[in-house]
Ligand binder design. Structure first.
Ligand code: F1P
Length: 346
């Protein structure tokens, strides 16, 4: 398995304490709104951020594709905070969006992997994700690292805005520090996950469904499959299925459903029933020990239990691994997919 997929979340001292944003923290705490701009996988990480910032810090959030944002005439207030997310730090659309937004006077932060990159230089402050160098074009460990940083920022803002107690904050951070071991546990099931990949390697389409902060994980799971195996895949919020995608479901449609135990568990169980009633094939990512979905789904992949705010970090891993194996089994070059560039600088 390529190094790209072995990436672990880096949690060194500097990003545990978010040193890069200490000086601007008072402005961030007072933000009228947070606007997240990014492309591709980084945009999906931003969507996870939206759930977290609104849930824990009660700051309104907009998540924008930089490739659209740069060409519109958006309303940006001087007390908005813009967070640009980019693995490479060189994505032309994200860079152009930052330059356009500067006139507003808003604080502009960056979440980048590459120190000294163009986006890091153009922003007022920011956090490096320290995810190492991604060998593959498709982002994997960049995603988990970006999501980790956004979680840490959201929890910190919640604490500073007196919305979460010191005790609750410490519990969330302690949960985060356990994530690398939980990911390691999932990696030990690699051969089992590969076997599921074998079953679906000849699929021509796939659906990915999730609810709440796991909806962006569905989007990212679908993107990984598309990018490296060239299978058409779409991610949807599970509750949207009945508004269109349900028409596509038959016995040839694999449906990946992220169904870990959280406040929407019962609703996701009924989404699984809806897919099974139409003979779709369900591959469910569930919390270890789940004894309900195991009786309904065609395959289950267990992930260790964690706080529901942190679930995107563990649930994306099996989806990345499955895309990897499907791509390898189809003879695709997982590190250099056709038509894709690591840094989209034009
Ligand atoms: C954004 C991105 C990646 C994708 C591919 C093309 O890059 O869309 O998510 O995997 O490499 O570019 P970045 O701004 O995060 O570097």
């Amino acid at each position: 398995i390529s190094d790209t997929f072995r990436g672990r979340i880096s949690m060194d001292q500097s990003n545990l304490f978010l040193g890069g944003i200490t000086d601007v923290l008072p402005r961030l705490v007072q933000a009228r709104r947070i606007i997240i701009i990014a492309c591709g996988t980084s945009w999906h990480a931003g969507l996870v951020g939206e759930y977290l910032f609104e849930e824990y810090a009660r700051i309104p959030v907009e998540v924008e594709y930089a490739s659209e944002f740069r060409y519109r005439n958006p309303v940006i207030y001087a007390d908005d905070v813009i967070i640009a997310i980019s693995q490479s730090g060189e994505t032309a659309d994200t860079l152009a969006a930052i330059k356009m937004a500067k006139e507003s006077g808003a604080l502009i932060l960056g979440v980048c992997n590459v120190a000294g990159s163009s986006i890091a230089r153009e922003t007022d402050a920011g956090v490096y994700t320290h995810a190492g160098i991604e060998i593959g074009v498709a982002s994997t460990k960049a995603f988990t690292s970006q999501v980790t940083v956004l979680m840490m920022m959201a929890f910190l803002l919640g604490k500073k805005r007196n919305l979460i107690s010191q005790e609750a904050y410490e519990e969330l951070i302690a949960g985060l520090t356990q994530i690398p071991d939980k990911i390691q546990e999932i990696l030990s099931d690699e051969q089992y996950i590969k076997g599921i990949g074998e079953t679906y390697k000849d699929a021509t389409n796939a659906l990915y469904l999730g609810r709440g902060n796991l909806y962006p994980v569905a989007l990212e799971g679908a993107l990984k499959l598309k990018e490296i195996s060239y299978i058409h895949a779409e991610g949807y919020p599970a509750a949207e299925m009945k508004h269109g995608p349900i028409a596509l479901i038959d016995e040839n449609m694999p449906v990946f459903i992220i169904a870990t135990k959280d406040k929407s568990y019962e609703k996701i169980v009924s989404n699984i029933q809806e897919v099974k009633a139409r003979n779709g094939k369900v591959i469910a990512v569930v919390t270890k020990g789940d004894d309900v979905i195991v009786k309904m789904a065609d395959h289950v992949i267990e992930v260790p239990e964690c706080h529901e705010a942190l679930a995107p970090l563990v649930t994306i891993i099996p989806l990345q691994i499955i895309s990897y194996y499907i791509a390898v089994l189809r003879g695709c070059n997982v590190d250099q997919p056709r038509n894709l560039a690591k840094s989209v600088t034009v």
